[in-house]
Design a protein around this ligand. Structure first.
Ligand SMILES: [Fe+2]
Length: 406
């Protein structure tokens, strides 16, 4: 790890000469992120970062959140701490702690740190036993993350404070190892990243490229910070995984690499899905919404499995437009999963003109709220003034997804 000789142009991995915000690790925990490493119902995994001065970590937690002095007898969990060297040669530590056996519908509070240096106390709630749940889906952040993506994330959080988790479809940053861009992402997301599980996949910008632009390997800090169930191909370290959440199997895939291997894995994951719904998350669109950006790999290797195993919804990014639709068959019938592409950041591409797109929009930053129940998946796309730009509903008939436009 550390500096690589054949990376993208060196300067793109460096912070600006006059950074607006701090990006170096200190003794105070930063980059606090909540994820799920097995069950949405029972566990939460927290990761954070410190400078090399702090080589161990502790998580304190309590369920007595209405008691004014709850912190006096808080429970303690030791973190697993891992040394990491950044692209610019700074040694930092990433810490990981997991809370287990959490109770449905319960409220908790936690903080992370060591010695005299602790985060603030952060509240979170566990989902109830009801079938229904809700999540936020965010498209690419990527550019001007602190000044312009932060708005969208805040709006989404304010619109759905009870959402159970957030899905990020990759390209969280622009340059895979630029610590300043990662600092922007964590600054923009702030406590919200620590209070709800953040379920992410890697985009092409989370990959280190050689001088010819060929991808070499993913952001080295990723597996230390983004912790997910170890049930995907081991070579993709926290890049491909699945999580069963109530009545849905969510499959998160890395559309940059090992598409065949992931295809074989995906077939098993979908074949033995006992849940009513199946949602796939990947960065590269199976069908593009712009001109000249075809992703043959995912189309030929993964799409047939989406169709065969009745995947309901595919959440994607990469094209920097909003588009939604199902792919018509040779007779013009729209079948199979609904594909969605969205963008949360400020970069916008021209919208293409492809038959699969039933709804399309350019030059718009959006967030999406998805309401899940046994009966239906209700999907809503919002503009930043709160207007609903797109809404549709998926139900199942004879095990196949059927879309009802509202
Ligand atoms: Fe991308």
């Amino acid at each position: 790890m550390g500096t690589v000789g054949y990376a993208q142009p060196h300067e793109k991995q460096l912070p600006p000469d006059q950074p607006f915000i701090p990006y170096k690790a200190s003794e105070m925990p930063d980059r606090i992120l909540m994820s799920i490493t097995d069950s949405l119902a029972q566990t939460r995994t927290i990761t954070w970062r410190t400078s090399k001065v702090v080589q161990t970590g502790t998580l304190e937690w309590s369920d007595k959140i209405t008691q004014i002095d709850f912190y006096r007898d808080a429970n303690r969990v030791n973190a697993r701490s891992e040394r990491f060297v950044t692209y610019t040669g700074d040694t930092v530590y990433y810490h990981t702690a997991t809370l287990r056996m959490l109770k449905s519908g319960e409220n908790y509070v936690y903080r992370v740190g060591e010695g005299d240096m602790w985060s603030e106390w952060i509240d979170f709630s566990m989902p109830t036993d009801e079938d229904a749940f809700q999540f936020i889906y965010m498209g690419d952040a990527q550019n001007d993350i602190r000044p312009l993506w932060s708005r969208v994330f805040r709006k989404a959080y304010a619109a759905a404070p009870a959402a159970d988790f957030v899905i990020h479809v990759g390209d969280l940053i622009n340059h895979s190892q630029n610590e300043y861009e990662w600092a922007e992402w964590f600054r923009a997301g702030d406590f919200m990243l620590a209070a709800k599980p953040q379920l992410a996949v890697r985009g092409n910008h989370e990959y280190v490229k050689d001088e010819k632009g060929v991808k070499q390997y993913s952001t080295p800090s990723w597996p230390h910070q983004f912790r997910y169930p170890p049930n995907g191909p081991s070579s993709l370290s926290n890049g491909a995984y699945f999580i069963d959440i109530k009545n849905c199997r969510f499959v998160f895939m890395d559309s940059n690499d090992a598409l065949d291997l992931q295809g074989q894995w995906l077939e098993q994951v979908l074949k033995y899905n006992t849940k009513k719904w199946a949602i796939v998350v990947c960065h590269h669109p199976v069908v593009s919404a712009t001109e000249g950006r075809i992703n043959d790999g995912v189309m030929t290797r993964w799409k047939p499995l989406f169709d065969k195993y009745n995947v309901d919804l595919v959440l994607q990014g990469h094209d920097h437009v909003y588009a939604r639709g199902r792919i018509p068959d040779s007779e013009g019938n729209r079948i199979g999963p609904t594909y969605v592409i969205s963008v949360a950041g400020r970069k916008a591409y021209a919208v293409g003109n492809h038959p699969w797109m039933e709804v399309k929009m350019g030059n718009v930053q959006t967030y999406q709220l998805v309401e899940m129940s046994d009966e239906a998946i209700v999907f809503k796309t919002y503009a930043l003034d709160g207007h609903v730009l797109d809404v549709f509903r998926i139900v199942k008939r004879d095990d196949k997804p059927v879309v009802e436009d509202n």
